[in-house]
Design a protein around this ligand. Structure first.
Ligand code: NIG
Ligand code: FE
Length: 421
């Protein structure tokens, strides 16, 4: 038997899952294993003194070490060094690529100027659009890799990433080119087309005209230029930005191109975005601080994943966290995400999201963990991510903790898992 010890603080880049390893591996000497149960909406399993068997980079068996079937006796053994194994985190909502930052604007908010006032004065998203348009594709790739490395170190093994800071055909195209290259380099991500993130200066006063151009010209052209790169489409439905009717036009046009709709909805007030997501069969409706009871029920019935972004509520200094408990009671399979972006959530830390899920959304630890793994992965169409049951891709996080609960309990602690792929 070959014994391979994992270096303590080594993380492998996402790309490692792509190498061909037609072999059997067993992770043993685990203090425990904690995973959502993919057969249930909200069940987790916690097994002490566990083992995990991996065949060709997929989980083949998991359970108490003493029950490991004898067929695995010749497998390569990986020493879990007394850690807890969990599935790596999946982040189903990020605005990964943008130029510049908005720290000055952030300070102006601390001095009392509101997010809406900054946007109305030409700042906000449009400030980042100016910086992003100045960035070359190479710079965007470099920025993207730095951010992906940080997320990877903190346990994120897959994420969704949007365009939307270009707001012109050519700059949205450059963002897609950068995402295509990041995927090519092996980073595990799903790309979302979001040219209708805000009204660009070129279309000032003409949201109807802009939406028509995005729906009829830009989206088809971007899909034509980068076939297979984007998987989803998204739109910012919000008072003062785009209406639910605009949202419908964008998402229906995207769907006709083979993209699956997601939507920014009900962030600052109720706009009917959740109801629209249900009607269109969107994969997710995101934000939802002001979601209606009808919105929750229709999302549950339509299988839309409400994707809640508590770090955004915090970063915006708002008090109204999304009604996660009522959504769960309505039958929704809630996901949690970072919403990483320069204006409303400059956060690249999955544990921050997990902690806010528990402490502000009032989710249990088990629910919040499930929302950041199983439900996050499912909302992106990956039934084989976000859990450690047989068939799952072996993207395992090994945590140096007495129990995974510590990840929330020791609030400021920066746990860095070892990722095994
Ligand atoms: O998801 N709501 C729209 N978009 C981002 C904010 C973008 C920004 O402020 O730059 C969000 O919160
Ligand atoms: Fe967002």
């Amino acid at each position: 038997m070959l014994l391979r010890s994992l270096p303590r603080h080594r993380n492998f880049p996402y790309g490692w899952q792509n190498r061909k390893m037609s072999k059997q591996r067993v992770i043993t000497n685990l203090k425990g294993l904690f995973t959502p149960d993919p057969n249930m909406a909200w069940a987790t399993q916690s097994i002490e003194d566990a083992a995990l068997a991996i065949q060709d980079n997929r989980i083949a068996w998991m359970g108490p070490r003493h029950d490991l079937p004898s067929g695995w006796k010749d497998a390569e053994v990986i020493d879990g060094q007394g850690r807890w194994a969990t599935p790596g985190f999946v982040d189903p909502h990020t605005h990964l690529l943008f130029g510049g930052d908005r720290s000055q604007e952030f300070n102006r908010r601390l001095h009392g100027v509101t997010y809406a006032e900054l946007a109305a004065a030409g700042g906000g998203i449009r400030e980042t659009v100016r910086a992003t348009r100045l960035a070359s594709v190479e710079e965007l790739i470099q920025i993207g890799e730095e951010r992906l490395r940080k997320l990877s170190r903190k346990g994120v093994v897959h994420l969704e990433a949007k365009t939307g800071y270009g707001l012109s055909l050519e700059s949205e195209s450059r963002l897609l080119e950068a995402y295509a290259e990041l995927k090519q380099r092996g980073w595990s991500l799903d790309v979302t087309l979001m040219p209708a993130h805000d009204l660009p200066p070129e279309f000032a006063g003409d949201p109807d005209g802009f939406i028509r151009v995005v729906a009829e010209e830009w989206q088809p052209e971007l899909v034509r230029r980068f076939p297979g790169v984007a998987k989803f489409c998204d739109v910012f439905v919000e008072k003062g930005v785009f209406t639910a009717e605009h949202g419908r036009q964008i998402l229906e046009s995207g769907r006709a191109l083979g993209l699956t709709p997601r939507i920014h909805a009900d962030e600052f007030c109720h706009t009917g975005g959740a109801e629209l997501a249900a009607e269109l069969g969107a994969a997710s409706a995101d934000h939802l601080m002001f979601c209606s009871e009808t919105g929750m029920k229709t999302m549950a019935a339509a299988g839309v994943t409400p994707t809640l972004l508590p770090a955004t509520t915090l970063f915006l200094g708002m008090r109204d966290f999304a009604p996660a408990r009522r959504m769960i009671e309505a039958g929704c399979k809630v996901a949690l995400a970072s919403d990483f972006n320069p204006g409303s959530c400059a956060c690249l830390d999955p544990l921050q999201i997990l902690r806010l899920g528990c402490l502000q959304l009032r989710m249990t630890f088990e629910e919040a963990f499930t929302a950041m793994t199983l439900h996050a992965a499912r909302s992106l169409g990956h039934a084989d991510l976000g859990h450690l049951h047989p068939g799952a891709r072996a993207k395992v996080a090994l945590w140096d903790v007495k129990h995974p609960l510590e990840l929330v309990y020791w609030m400021g602690e920066a746990y860095l898992p070892t990722i095994l792929e």
